[in-house]
Write a protein that binds this ligand. Sequence first.
Ligand code: SF4
Length: 304
Amino acid sequence: MGIIFGPVASRRFGKSLGIDLSPGRKQCNFDCVYCELDPAKPMDHYESVLGIEEILDAVDKGLRTHPDIDVLTVTANGEPTLYPYLDELTKGLDRIKGSVETLILSNASTIHRPEIRRTLARFDTVKLSLDCATPRCFRRIDRPEASVDLEGIKEGMLAFRQEYAGTLIVEILVVAGVNDKTKEMEALNDYLLQLKPERIDLGTIDRPPAYPVQPVSYERLRELSLHFDPSLSVHITSRKNLGAITPSAYSREEILDILRKRPLTPEDITLLFDAPSRRRLRDLLREQKVRLEENHGVNFYRPA
Ligand code: SF4
């Protein structure tokens, strides 16, 4: 596998060119049950390390081949913040990328370290995983290397929120029978109310997982999303087991009540609302009782 992958078109980030900092093998300090890579013993550092120039050359070629790229996405077959030269690499990317934005996807395991936070702060968007806010659940789902500490992650994320001026997105991946409990969502909600990320992406397993675990349905994700405070923008990213969904009829008052509990995306509306309810929503929008608000590439209907 190469260092550069894509471009991949995404509604949220536009046209993205991926940079894989560990293309040869999985190198991660987690061994998540839902990982789409094969299971591997977690490690606390990269054993196989690419040179900075090799990566920058590959990115430079990628940008010349695809001049219409909107975002460079730094990721890895594993955890990108374990790459030992990430800070220098990020500075190199800043030199060659022109007006292209940058995004990094991290499992947040190293964010307790101030120097990692300084590096992450150079990205336009930082997307951090946080699947559980309680230690037992965290260890069951993410199976981290022994030195990784959930409290350090939570404190590090709060410190990063204070220091960082860009867009912070938190991703929660829900696994049936592991973190799909009300109490786990309530613990995440309590913590995320302090953190105040720009957006929370709530999803489930979409690809064959490393261990024999199951996704939850879209309906379950929707129920779980109601445990989050309405001030948090929760975006359901997975559309699993949609066969069970039948669009329902809602009155104007019910629509306002639903949106007060949780803002919905146009995709949610298409799935959940029947045609007359969608017309009622359009009326409420025209009467300015509901507004459609863009949140970092995702639209949400909210009460005005
Ligand atoms: S953090 Fe990502 S790469 Fe690492 S085990 Fe979990 S899902 Fe896989």
